[in-house]
Design a binder for this molecule. Structure first.
Ligand SMILES: [Zn+2]
Ligand SMILES: [Zn+2]
Length: 472
């Protein structure tokens, strides 16, 4: 059947993606305006609602809550509901997401059948539909073509995108050729409604009914309400994981890492990592982080059910982490006052420098750079007398150990008092240093183009303490 259908594949479109004619749910007339292109009014709002989805994710759970009021909760049913919750949740996280949407590992046929079955029990659409949307989400994250873009609001990314009709013309295209060739995926897609009823409702009802006579409890708690919890938990990957937490690998898009999201979603909460390394079978990379989906895949590997687990080298992962740290550091650095850049300072003649100092301005020359210390004299930690004695002089040697070997902090502070560069040979050297401060982009400019002045690298610092005190 599958090979028959494969021959009916549509021709590839420009971006190399293909569709699969026999599995398309409905053909749209792309020339006619879609309902989403008309604004919502009191008269047409019901046409904007996707009633089938609304029924499955809102109406049925509401009926379940009402029924629960009259249905006593049997202990065994409660325990089974929790166990089945984990199984159906894994169907989505380990199956739909990490196996089929991202091919982060390979599964043997029995494992595939198990994941497709319990995944259907979570009632979140077929593997094929889900993975198509998820691949579009990764390809077009945060853009118009992202089916659940958090930029359209937290509630939209959580549930709005399913409750409201979507414009098929704006749907991001992705290649799902591999899924169309997977018989388990094709079977589940073509028989999806039967799979949902069997695994979502009939199976849990039968287990509780045949097991301990609690048919009604099985239907209400392990069926309907368990479906509601699994759905809401996995929807959190689209909403909460793009809204709450840190961005240790890249902060240009919305995905974030947070332990709360991980706890809710069977380990899918390390979403910043996941968007950077989507084909890694792990979402959490530290052993102490909560990722039961990863632990399950690892266990299946040990049991011979899963193989070819994909993992990025820690070298690659750490590069991303360091670059993001660097970016944060650069942002911090850019907020600080490092003094006027040397090549923006005026050139001052030695005689003008001396004359101005005589007129009462507290000018000091250090390593060819003139600093105005007038307002600092009273605060000088070494006392007024020492700093005053350097006014109108070249204090390079005094500052660099002739009298006192000034600290890194002192050089930093001094740089904020720069007012000019001394003419007379020195400025050439200063310019050279300014060049190396400004032009060697990779070494001395940060990612925002700001100059980096490393500790001990200030222009006022000379490598050897100078012997003579009165260089001028
Ligand atoms: Zn995401
Ligand atoms: Zn993903």
């Amino acid at each position: 059947m599958a090979s028959d259908a494969q021959s009916q594949q549509a021709a590839p479109v420009l971006d190399g993606t293909k569709d699969y004619k026999p599995l398309r749910s409905r053909e749209y007339d792309l020339k006619k305006p879609h309902i989403t292109e008309t604004p919502i009014t009191w008269g047409n709002w019901y046409k904007h609602v996707n009633w089938l989805n609304t029924y499955f994710i809102l109406v049925v759970p509401m009926m379940g809550f009402v029924a629960a009021y009259w249905t006593p909760l049997h202990l065994y049913t409660a325990v089974f509901a929790v166990i089945y919750y984990f199984n159906t949740g894994l169907g989505i996280t380990a199956g739909y997401h990490r196996l089929w949407a991202h091919s982060s590992y390979k599964a043997t046929l029995p494992l595939k059948i198990y994941l497709a079955a319990v995944g259907a029990g979570a009632v979140e659409g077929s593997i094929r539909w889900w993975s198509h949307g998820h691949r579009a989400h990764h390809r077009y994250t945060d853009t118009e073509k992202d089916p659940y873009s958090v930029r359209k609001g937290l509630l939209y990314s959580h549930i709005g995108w399913m409750v409201m009709k979507q414009n098929p013309k704006r749907k991001g295209r992705t290649d799902i050729t591999d899924l169309n060739e997977d018989p388990v995926v094709v079977f589940q897609h073509t028989h999806f409604l039967k799979c949902v009823i069997a695994m979502g409702l009939v199976f849990p009802t039968l287990v509780c009914g045949l097991g301990w006579g609690d048919y009604l409890g099985g239907f209400v708690y392990a069926g309907i309400l368990r479906i509601f919890v699994v759905q809401q938990a996995t929807f959190c990957v689209n909403s909460l994981a793009h809204w709450l937490g840190d961005q240790p690998f890249d902060d240009r898009n919305s995905p974030r890492d947070h332990v709360i999201t991980a706890l809710v979603t069977l380990g899918e909460g390390y979403h910043n990592f996941h968007h950077e390394f989507p084909s890694d079978y792990r979402n959490a990379i530290q052993w102490w982080q909560y990722d039961p989906t990863k632990w399950s895949i690892w266990t299946w590997k040990k049991l011979g059910l899963a193989y070819d687990l994909k993992q990025f080298r820690s070298n690659e992962i750490e590069k991303g982490r360091v670059q993001q740290l660097q970016k944060k550091l650069d942002q911090k650095r850019a907020k600080l006052d490092w003094g006027t850049p040397l090549d923006q300072l005026p050139i001052i003649h030695w005689d003008d420098f001396v004359a101005e100092a005589k007129n009462g301005r507290g000018l000091v020359a250090i390593a060819g750079v003139i600093h105005d210390v007038t307002d600092f004299i009273k605060d000088h930690p070494g006392g007024k007398a020492l700093i005053s004695s350097a006014i109108g002089k070249d204090a390079t040697a005094i500052f660099n150990g002739g009298v006192y070997l000034h600290s890194n902090a002192a050089h930093n502070l001094l740089s904020t008092m720069r007012v000019g560069v001394l003419r007379g040979g020195c400025e050439v050297e200063i310019w050279k240093r300014a060049q190396s401060e400004n032009k060697e982009v990779t070494i001395v400019n940060d990612s925002t183009g700001q100059r980096i002045v490393r500790a001990g690298d200030q222009v006022t610092r000379t490598t050897q303490p100078l012997a003579s005190a009165e260089a001028a």
